[in-house]
Write a protein that binds this ligand. Structure first.
Ligand code: IPM
Ligand code: MG
Length: 354
């Protein structure tokens, strides 16, 4: 099986290298994996003048899954939007129709104290944010900056969702909840936005075929508050692209650090892109201190969802739990009395635990 490795920018290459070592270690004794690297984001722009070079797309098309690091950096901020690193990621999501973004937020018992919230609020947390990833205001047209009828400049974007886009993510939310605690909370802003009132109506219709699953609706502002007040009330949260972007960053802090959250972005065929939910962290790039665990856990999701290697996925997750239990901590989850290590040493510890 072939995996396209797109490390990207900032800390991307450092954290991806550790996940690659984990995959290689697994391949040595089990599933045959072939890994091939290609540039994306700022690295793609540097290499080919495009954040998503044609050769990178071709590699992904020949692959069974994509392991992705992170993109972006101050060096590229002044580029025209179409050339910015983030476009590499957004175009990949669209190209492969990766509409379903799974962002599980689980609290490892060892890290309950690393959260900025009280341990009793987060201990035992196991929630899944299912974020729609190819629609919404992220992709809606028209968009831009224009001079309006009063001669004033104005910026505008368009929030839109088609019925089929809402249906397929809602169906997946209910299917997924059936394998969990059978509760779906759909997050919207139906009190203000037409698009999300429509979202609520369609999710409610789809629910008609999933009566065994409990459905609730919540406004996004309330959801943001409930996530820090009592996050354990949630099982599956299903929401649109932009609300999901924001709520998943918030949810990551429940788990101790944004450096802990993996994600899977899947299309209807099960082809997927796997990436940590965090960004390229330019401030610590190249220093060897970034937490590679979100990327290593993303590799576990890759094994599970794209390669059907459930046993291997569980081995990786167990190894991560073990290194945390052994007291290894990167700077973002450092605790007094524990051993603070760098990116490579954390990777070494996971390999040893494997
Ligand atoms: C994420 C990121 C991306 C997004 C950026 C890098 C385009 O924040 O995956 O959450 O907004 O979707
Ligand atoms: Mg984000």
């Amino acid at each position: 099986m072939k995996i396209a490795v797109l490390a990207g920018d900032g800390i991307g290459p450092e954290i991806t290298a550790e996940a690659v070592r984990v995959l290689q270690a697994l391949a040595a004794g089990g599933p045959k994996l072939e890994l091939e690297h290609a540039p994306v984001g700022g690295a793609g722009y540097d290499a080919a003048g495009d954040p998503l070079p044609e050769a990178t797309v071709k590699l992904c098309e020949r692959s069974d899954a994509i392991l992705f690091g992170s993109v972006g950096g101050p060096k590229y901020d002044a580029l025209p939007r179409a050339r910015r690193p983030e476009q590499g990621l957004l175009r990949l999501r669209k190209h492969f129709d990766l509409f379903a973004n799974l962002r599980p937020a689980t609290v490892f018992p060892e890290l309950a104290h690393a959260s900025t919230l009280k341990p009793e609020v987060v201990a035992g947390l196991d929630l899944l944010i299912l974020r729609e990833l190819t629609g919404d205001i992220y992709f809606g047209q028209p968009r831009g900056v224009r001079t309006n009828e009063n001669g004033e400049r104005e910026g505008f974007d368009t929030m839109r969702y088609t019925e089929s886009e809402i249906r397929r993510i809602a169906e997946l939310a209910f299917e997924t909840a059936r394998r969990r605690s059978r509760r779906v909370c759909s997050v919207d802003k139906a009190n203000v936005l037409e698009t999300t009132q429509f979202w609520r109506d369609v999710v409610t219709e789809v629910h008609g075929r999933y009566r065994d699953v409990e459905l609730s609706h919540m406004y996004v502002d309330n959801a943001a508050m409930q996530l820090v007040r009592n996050p354990k009330q949630f099982d599956v949260i299903v929401t649109g692209n932009m609300f999901g972007d924001i709520l998943s960053d918030e949810a990551s802090m429940l788990t101790g650090s944004i450096g802990m959250l993996p994600s899977a972005s899947l299309n209807a065929r099960g082809f997927g892109l796997y990436e940590p939910i965090h960004g390229s962290a330019p401030d610590i790039a190249g220093k060897g201190v970034a937490n590679p665990l979100a990327t290593i856990l993303s590799a576990a999701l890759l094994l599970r969802h794209s390669l059907q290697q459930e046993a291997a996925a569980q081995r990786v997750e167990a190894a991560v739990r073990k290194v945390l239990a052994q007291g290894y901590r990167t700077a973002d989850i450092a605790e007094p009395g524990k051993r603070t290590v760098g990116t490579r040493e954390m990777g070494d510890a996971v390999l040893a635990a494997l």
